[in-house]
Write a protein that binds this ligand. Structure first.
Ligand code: ADP
Length: 504
C-alpha cells in the first residue's frame, strides 16, 4: 500500500506518522527531548538531538512498514525557533524556541517604535518575545561575538533540511511566523531587517510549502533505510497545519485547540491584519492564510486547580481508576450555567491574545455567601472558555463570521466542556477524530506537492468526524450576561495588574 510520512517537529517530541493515501494512520513513532532552561526566561533545545529524533523516527516507521518506501516525507514544525549557524552549518547557539522570553524588553521597544505597527501589519506576527524578530534584536546586543561569526539565522526545520540537502530554504509558512517576512510580497521585510541591521543573505531563501527536495546527502538516506531520491516536501508550521489536519480550512471554519495552552484560528484567502494588533496572520499556502490568536491560559489552569485544590478527587480517582478531571467536571455540572454569577478571569500566566499583556493575573469576581467549591470549579472552566471567546470575537471583527468550530486538544475529552464552548460561542462544534492534526496537515501538503490530490480542500475526505455539539440558546444568554462583566474587568483592573507584579 502506498503511504506518505508526515513529520511533526514539536516542542516535546518529533513524531513520524505514516498515513495511507486515504489519511488513515498506518503507524507512528514519537521521540521525546527536553526543553533546556539555563535561566528562568530561557527556553532552548539541542538542534542535534532534534535532528537525530527526525532521522530515527523516519527510520522506525519505514522499518515498521516492512521497508516499503514512502512516496514522500512532508514536514510540520513548531513556529518561532532560532539557531545561529556558522558558514559550515555548525550551530553556534542552541535552538531558541517560542517559549523563550529573554527578549521581552526588545519586543516592547520594537513594538513602541515608529515602525513597530507597520512591521506588524506587513509581517502578520504580533511583536512579542516569541517572535524571532525580537530574539535577533536581543542577540545583536547580548551575543555580539556569536552574531559576528553567524553565517545564517535559521529555524529548526531549516537546520534539518540543510543537514539533509545542503541548502538553506524556508517555507512561507514558517517564514510568516518570524516577524521578519512580508506576508503580502512573500519577501523578507526591509523595515524588520533594518532594525536588526542585517541583510537578507543572513536568512534562508523563502519557498512555497509545496517545495520538494531530493538527493539526501552524507549517508543519511541509508541510515533511514530510504532511497536518497525520495521527495522531501518542506511543508509548513504546526499551527497552520493543525487547521488543515482538522479540516478547518473553509471560510467560516475555526479550529479551537485547548491543550496546555490554547488557540483560535480561522482560514482566509487573504491576510487581514488587525489595527489593534490582537491577532496573527500566518501563511498555510499562497492561497490560504491562518488568522488567529494564541492563549497561555488553556487547560493548564484546570491542571493548576486539580493539583492545588483537589486532593479529594485525586484520591477518589485513584481508587476508582479514573481521571480526576472527570470527577471535577461532574462537580461543575452540579452548578447551573453561569455559576450563579461567579466569574473567573483565567490569566494566571499573563496573556497573549487578545490583550498581549504579560502582567495580567487570575481573579474570581462576584463571590457571594452561597457559592460553593463546585461553583469555583464551574466558573474556572467557564473563564477559560471566556478567554478563548474574547479571541474568537476579535477574530470575527477582522475576518468575518465563524460558522463551525473544529475542536481539538485535551479539553475535547470532556463532553460538558465542549458543550460549554458551543453554548458560549452559540455555534456548532465538531470534534475531529484524529489527535495528529499537524502531522496529517503535513501529509496533505505533501500529497498536494506530489500530485496525489489536486487541492488541499480534499482533506475533507481524509478526516472522519466523531461528534457534533449544538448550542443551547438559553445557556448562551446566561453566559453572555457574565461575559459582558468579564470583558469589562480587564480594562478596570489593568493598572492594578501592573501594580501587583511589582509586589510579587
Ligand atoms: P498538550 O497541550 O500538552 O498536548 P493536552 O492536549 O493533552 O496537552 O491537554 C491537556 C489538558 O486537557 C489538561 O491540562 C486538562 O486541562 C485538559 N483535560 C485532559 N483530560 C481532560 C478531561 N477528561 N476532562 C477535562 N479536561 C481534560
Amino acid at each position: 500500500m502506498d503511504y506518505i510520512i508526515g513529520i511533526d517537529i514539536g516542542t516535546t517530541s518529533t513524531k513520524a506518522i505514516a498515513f495511507d493515501l486515504n489519511g488513515k494512520i498506518l503507524c507512528k513513532k514519537s521521540i521525546e527531548y527536553p526543553i533546556l532552561n539555563p535561566k528562568p526566561s530561557y527556553s532552548e533545545q539541542d538542534p542535534e538531538e532534534i535532528f537525530t529524533a527526525v532521522l530515527n523516527s523516519i527510520k522506525s516507521v519505514i522499518i515498521e512498514n516492512v521497508y516499503k518506501k514512502p512516496i514522500g516525507v512532508s514536514f510540520s514544525a513548531a513556529m518561532h525557533s532560532v539557531i545561529a549557524v556558522d558558514k559550515d552549518g555548525i550551530p553556534l547557539t542552541n535552538c531558541i524556541i517560542w517559549a523563550d522570553t529573554r527578549s521581552n524588553e526588545y519586543a516592547e521597544k520594537i513594538k513602541n517604535s515608529k515602525v513597530g505597527h507597520e512591521i506588524y501589519m506587513r509581517t502578520g506576527t504580533p511583536i512579542h518575545p516569541m517572535s524571532p524578530l525580537s530574539k535577533l534584536a536581543w542577540m545583536q546586543d547580548n551575543m555580539k561575538d556569536i552574531v559576528n561569526k553567524t553565517y545564517k539565522f535559521i529555524s529548526m526545520k531549516e537546520y534539518v533540511f540543510f543537514k539533509l540537502f545542503g541548502k538553506y530554504v524556508i517555507d512561507y509558512s514558517i517564514a510568516s511566523a518570524t516577524g521578519m517576512f512580508d506576508i503580502y510580497d512573500l519577501k523578507w521585510n526591509k523595515d524588520a531587517l533594518a532594525i536588526l541591521n542585517i541583510n537578507e543573505d543572513k536568512l534562508s531563501t523563502p519557498v512555497s510549502p509545496t517545495y520538494v527536495m531530493k538527493g539526501i546527502l552524507n549517508g543519511y538516506a541509508s541510515f533511514m533505510e530510504i532511497d536518497s531520491d525520495t521527495p522531501f516536501v518542506l511543508g509548513g508550521s504546526d499551527g497552520c497545519l493543525a487547521n488543515l489536519g482538522a479540516n478547518a480550512i473553509k471560510q467560516g471554519d475555526a479550529a479551537i485547540t485547548i491543550g496546555t495552552s490554547g488557540a483560535v484560528r480561522v482560514i482566509s484567502n487573504k491576510p487581514k491584519n488587525d489595527e489593534k494588533e490582537r491577532i496573527f496572520s500566518y501563511i498555510l499556502t499562497e492561497n490560504h492564510y491562518v488568522l488567529g490568536g494564541p492563549v497561555n491560559n488553556g487547560g493548564v489552569i484546570f491542571r493548576w486547580f486539580r493539583d492545588n485544590f483537589s486532593p479529594m478527587e485525586i484520591q477518589e480517582a485513584k481508587d476508582l481508576n479514573i481521571d480526576p478531571y472527570v470527577l471535577l467536571t461532574d462537580k461543575a455540572m452540579s452548578v447551573p450555567a453561569g455559576s450563579d454569577g461567579l466569574i473567573f478571569l483565567p490569566y494566571l500566566l499573563g496573556e497573549r491574545a487578545p490583550h498581549w499583556d504579560a502582567n495580567m493575573r487570575g481573579v474570581y469576581f462576584g463571590i457571594n455567601i452561597k457559592h460553593t467549591r463546585d461553583h469555583f470549579i464551574r466558573a474556572l472552566l467557564e473563564g477559560i472558555i471566556f478567554g478563548i471567546y474574547s479571541v474568537g470575537r476579535a477574530l470575527e471583527e477582522t475576518t468575518g463570521k465563524i460558522n463551525t468550530i473544529y475542536a481539538t486538544g485535551g479539553f475535547a475529552r470532556s463532553k460538558m466542556w465542549v458543550q460549554m464552548l458551543a453554548d458560549i460561542f452559540n455555534k456548532k462544534v465538531v470534534i475531529a477524530e484524529s489527535y495528529e492534526s499537524s502531522g496529517l496537515g503535513a501529509a496533505v501538503i505533501g500529497m498536494k506537492a506530489l500530485g496525489v490530490i489536486d487541492n488541499i480542500e480534499e482533506v475533507e475526505n481524509l478526516v472522519p468526524i466523531s461528534k457534533e455539539f449544538y448550542p443551547d440558546e438559553k445557556n448562551h444568554d446566561i453566559y453572555m450576561k457574565n461575559y459582558k462583566i468579564f470583558d469589562r474587568l480587564y480594562e478596570k483592573l489593568k493598572d492594578e495588574f501592573k501594580e501587583i507584579t511589582k509586589i510579587q
